[in-house]
Design a protein. Sequence first.
Length: 101
Amino acid sequence: MCLGVPMRVVGGDDVTALCERRGAVEPISLLLIGPVPLGTPLLVHLGTAVRVLDEEEARRIDDALDGLAAAMEGKPFEHLFADLIDREPTLPDFLRGDPPG
């Protein structure tokens, strides 16, 4: 399983950004996405930025990661998955088996 985490650009240059997540700062390669402005949230995997996130998506990913950690510790976690509670799951169009058109 691959896991990407949201990080925020706090410094760096056009090739390597200094990114922060919960107080830890580390260098992150920007070779896959190119230069980005300070403050930009990024999805980071193994020291490489794989895409730019908007604020809402970064928050939802953080909530999901916090929810998983809480569930593993036996703590309440449902509030961290508010976007999934009380909603029917949906399949993408290509998995529904509906005829094209």
